[in-house]
Write a protein that binds this ligand. Structure first.
Ligand code: ACO
Ligand code: LMR
Length: 621
């Protein structure tokens, strides 16, 4: 635990454990640290029981720092024994348990509880335990407090601008105790304008039973040689202010105390009025603001006749102490500007930044995502098909019915072709090796290539090229054999042939002939097929080839230029139809294997021709 006098709860080395992932409040503490030139962040650790995070990023000035995150206060305290403050930002349902645990942790000295609405029975129990253990509780129902130029509890003091205007970034000579957090800020401002600012201030919170009260803090401040006078802002309800009355009378507080209890207007209302705080209700005459103000005055506190006169009174006491040489001169420190958050600066139009990505298809920034500016709800309401969505997201077009139906048909037709085709086989082998669905699917998809399923683009490219160059079908076949020296993509099938035709190809051809405005490239490809099947009966226009040429026909009919179609082919967009459709089948095969709980597949030896030779000996080279 930090080595500092009893009367000081916080100094420039104080570190806190922050219970709950309230990143904004934590960032505000760190911004304060930066402004006052602290070297060590005031938050040492965060406790977030439901998080798997090990660290959370924050800014410390312009730099980013990592603050460790723990699942329990105990673990955080063990790892950060120097952090003697627990800022308990738990909800009112959890705050009691968090506090109870912290009371028993030896390294924690001060517990700040923000939650409002903890049952009074629990609050009293928790306060009692804390007092017995010699621990400080600030709150419940409090914003916290602040040691000027040293340590800020969470959101105390408001914005950084407010903090600087109220001179909370460096110590003054005044001690402040309030109940309310809002008035705490107001008082800090008044004290900065009429005196030299606060040295330290605590908002004890609005509950009926605060864990530490006015007197506890005034007694600390009495002992603090840097604090020259105190300001106390009480309120109607409860009797805590009378403890201060007694202490002044007994001479336990000798420094000037300027005191005011708000709520003097309550008498204007007929019955007992509850003012915001749980404790702000006068149950008896003694608990009214007027009675308390009178008692304080009578005891010797400096009590103005109205809140409006409070600033003047503060100024008077300050000037007097200054004249007596009690108040030291303060050298105003330089305040580094807090870097503005990127989002805020951008909103204000102060900065601009070039983007790294361009997206022309979809947008999720609004209330609902859109596909080429069409909200998803409209896509659903208007009954867009999968093909229509492909039209929007792949090609940024609304396709006519005949084209959408064709795309739908392609996807359905290529969805599966049994377990023995190379991609399905790979997907099944991967699934049987225990791989998850995504990995097994990837294994199947990676098999799609120029020989299997991925010949659509190649077919489109070569047939289109040959047709546009005016090659006769025979010239094309010769060209591919002699110049390109490769099989014509989209021609040939291991199983299908003219005697065993591929039904899928028939379906596609029939659809196109009936529904496409024109099928120029298909007609050409069928002439090529005549040449190849004359060589060998399995050299048919296969399903990839048929899709490839029909896609070119489709785009031509839709008005795409030859160059635009080439770009689509070069991008791999036509194979994408096979990838998409066949994923359905691969997933089916993977789920089938999982359902069957099939064991690891090992290929049989007798299915491999072992043709192994001695290695060529290059060792003497
Ligand atoms: N174009 C021209 N000639 C071909 C083609 C072709 N696409 N495919 C095979 N041939 C010829 C060969 O040159 C060979 O001729 P030769 O007897 O004069 O030497 C003969 O046909 C037999 O060749 P194989 O390689 O034994 O043929 P196979 O039946 O094994 O080939 C395959 C089938 C792999 C599909 C092959 O035709 C090919 O590579 N086609 C192009 C790729 C393709 O379209 N793949 C998609 C198939 S459909 C799908 O996966 C969904
Ligand atoms: C398929 O669609 O997977 C088939 O055409 C390929 C094959 O080998 O049967």
């Amino acid at each position: 635990m930090a080595n500092r006098p009893d009367y000081l709860l916080f100094d420039r080395d104080t570190q806190a454990i922050f219970w709950n992932m309230h990143t904004k409040a934590i960032q505000r503490m760190l911004d304060y640290d930066y402004v006052i030139g602290r070297k060590k962040p005031s938050v040492a650790a965060i406790v977030h029981p439901t998080s798997d995070l090990k660290y959370q990023k924050f800014f410390f000035g312009t730099e980013e720092i990592l603050i460790p995150v723990y699942r329990s206060t105990k673990e955080a305290a063990e790892n950060h024994p120097n952090a003697d403050v627990l800022i308990n930002f738990a909800s009112f349902r959890t705050a009691y348990d968090v506090t109870r645990e912290a009371i028993d942790i030896p390294t924690i000295r001060t517990i700040v509880i923000t939650a409002e609405g903890i049952p009074e029975r629990l609050t009293r129990d928790m306060n009692l335990r804390a007092r017995k253990a010699g621990k400080w509780i600030i709150g419940p129902a409090t914003v916290g407090g602040l040691a000027a130029g040293a340590f800020r509890i969470a959101n105390t003091g408001g914005t950084i601008e407010n903090i600087i205007n109220s001179k909370l970034h460096r110590p003054g000579s005044v001690g402040l105790v309030t109940r309310s957090g809002g008035l705490f800020n107001e008082l800090c401002n008044i004290i900065a304008r009429n005196a030299n600012g606060i040295f330290e201030g605590v908002a004890i919170g609005g509950d009926r039973f605060p864990g530490s009260d006015f007197l506890d803090h005034l007694l600390r401040m009495e002992k603090n040689p840097d604090i020259k006078f105190m300001v106390m802002l009480g309120e109607l309800g409860g009797t805590l202010e009378y403890k201060v009355v007694d202490a002044i009378k007994k001479g336990l507080i000798k420094k000037p105390v300027i005191a005011w209890c708000i709520g003097t207007c309550a008498k204007l209302f007929g019955s007992d009025v509850q003012f915001g705080h749980a404790g702000a209700k006068a149950g008896a005459e003694r608990e009214t603001a007027d009675a308390k103000n009178a008692a304080l005055k009578e005891a010797g506190a400096l009590v103005p006749s109205s809140f409006d006169e409070l600033p003047e009174l503060i100024r008077g006491v300050y000037e007097e102490l200054k004249a007596q040489g009690e108040i030291p001169e303060i050298k105003e420190p330089e305040v580094p500007p807090i870097p503005m958050d990127y989002a805020e600066a951008r909103k204000k139009g102060l900065i601009r930044k070039p983007t790294n990505f361009i997206c022309t298809i979809s947008d999720d920034r609004g209330p609902e995502a859109t596909y080429t500016n069409i909200p998803i709800s409209e896509v659903i309401e208007k009954g867009y098909s999968i093909a229509d969505i492909i039209g929007l997201l792949w090609f940024k077009k609304k396709f006519p019915k005949w084209a959408s139906n064709f795309i739908d048909m392609v996807i359905k037709i290529v969805a599966d072709h049994g377990p023995c085709v190379s991609g399905a086989h790979n997907a099944r082998v991967a699934a049987r090796a225990g791989k998850d669905l995504v990995s097994s699917l990837a294994s199947g998809l990676l098999t799609i290539g120029p020989r299997f399923g991925g010949a659509i683009d190649g077919a489109a490219k070569y047939f289109k090229m040959a047709y546009e160059k005016g090659m006769s079908p025979k010239e094309f076949v010769d060209y591919m054999k002699r110049v390109e020296r490769k099989p014509i993509p989209g021609i040939g099938h291991r199983v299908k042939s003219i005697r065993n035709p591929d039904k899928r190809v028939e379906l596609l051809k029939n659809y196109a002939e009936e529904n496409f405005p024109a099928t120029e490239l298909l007609n050409y490809a069928l002439e090529v097929e005549k040449v190849t099947t004359a060589k060998k009966e399995n050299l048919i226009l296969n399903v990839d080839g048929c899709i490839g040429v029909l896609m070119v026909d489709m785009f031509k009919n839709l008005g795409f230029t030859s160059k635009e179609i080439d770009e689509i082919i070069d991008a791999g967009a036509l194979n994408a139809f096979f990838v998409l459709g066949r994923s359905i089948g691969f997933i089916g095969h993977i789920l089938d294997e999982k359902r069957l709980k099939s064991p690891l597949y090992r290929h049989p030896w007798d299915d491999v021709l072992y043709a192994i030779e001695e290695p060529e000996d290059l060792t003497d080279r």
